[in-house]
Design a protein around this ligand. Sequence first.
Ligand SMILES: C[S@@+](CC[C@H](N)C(=O)[O-])C[C@H]1O[C@@H](n2cnc3c(N)ncnc32)[C@H](O)[C@@H]1O
Length: 320
Amino acid sequence: MDLPPRLRRAVDDVLEGTALSDLAATAEALSQRYRAERHDAKLHAISDRDALAYLAVRLPATYAAVRASFDAVAEARPDFAPTTTLDIGAGPGTALWAASECWPGLADAVLVEASPKFRAYGERLAAGLDIPHVTWRVADAAGDAVDDGPRDLVSLAYVLNELPPAVRHSVLQRLWAQTADTLVIVEPGTPAGWQRVLAARSQLIEAGAHVIAPCPHAHACPLQPPDWCHFAQRVARSRVHRHTKRTDVPWEDEKFSYLAVSKKPGTRAGARVIARPRKAGGHTTLKLCRPDGSASDQVVSRRDGAQYKRARNADWGSLF
Ligand SMILES: C[S@@+](CC[C@H](N)C(=O)[O-])C[C@H]1O[C@@H](n2cnc3c(N)ncnc32)[C@H](O)[C@@H]1O
């Protein structure tokens, strides 16, 4: 997946004049921080250089993960057409860009971000969007009351892991109360990220939420450690990205876990493909999570006709 061209250009403009070699070490520290799941309660963008490194190396990946999660909502709820949105821990506005690509009718957005640096860059990027009302708030989502009205779409992307564990429950409770329709949570696709998503899932089901995606059911998750539910998006790396990451590989795979819950049930059902399909001559093996709450491999062979064709076209993350 590529960044939308307008966002790509806006990011390139912001990075213009920045010595990429300066960003490389910061970007490496940022990536290590993600890989190690280090949560030292320091907000990411405390320095200008951190924020620029995030734009260069993390934004394309988090954009792809959030966009894929929103696409899954749009697939399960084709009737959903949000006009208002609230994004918590907005960073440079990643989720707003993904939402506006997915739902062009968005008219009013509130973005809450603790770091003034991120907010400043986010505001600059969002100037290129056609959303009539975009309001940024520098606030601590863990403590401050962030927005009063209910919003059609509420998102929390790559933020749960930054909130102290003791406040996650109350933050989710507040966000669910502010959700008029759908709440989407995205986390890094690590076993720990999945555990945070599972805890949120149990809490929200108990609060009456309908699970929209990725799970095709509200039963207990059938996966057991060391397995975990996650997805991957292939992200094209720009020249700046490759340079900052000191690599020639033109793409990277962003692994993510997510959950979309809604006040209304989904209208499209099916099993979810929860691993990369294994395609061999004459048959394809899909690992499926099913509406009855079970998960296992299904082998679909050429003899299965139309179903085989669908299996050949299935991707990791799609409905089958
Ligand atoms: C990893 S970034 C994710 C940014 C963006 N959502 C994305 O997906 O690219 C996490 C963001 O959450 C913000 N954040 C962390 N804790 C927060 C809090 N308590 N209140 C508001 N923002 C917070 C950080 O400043 C940072 O911008």
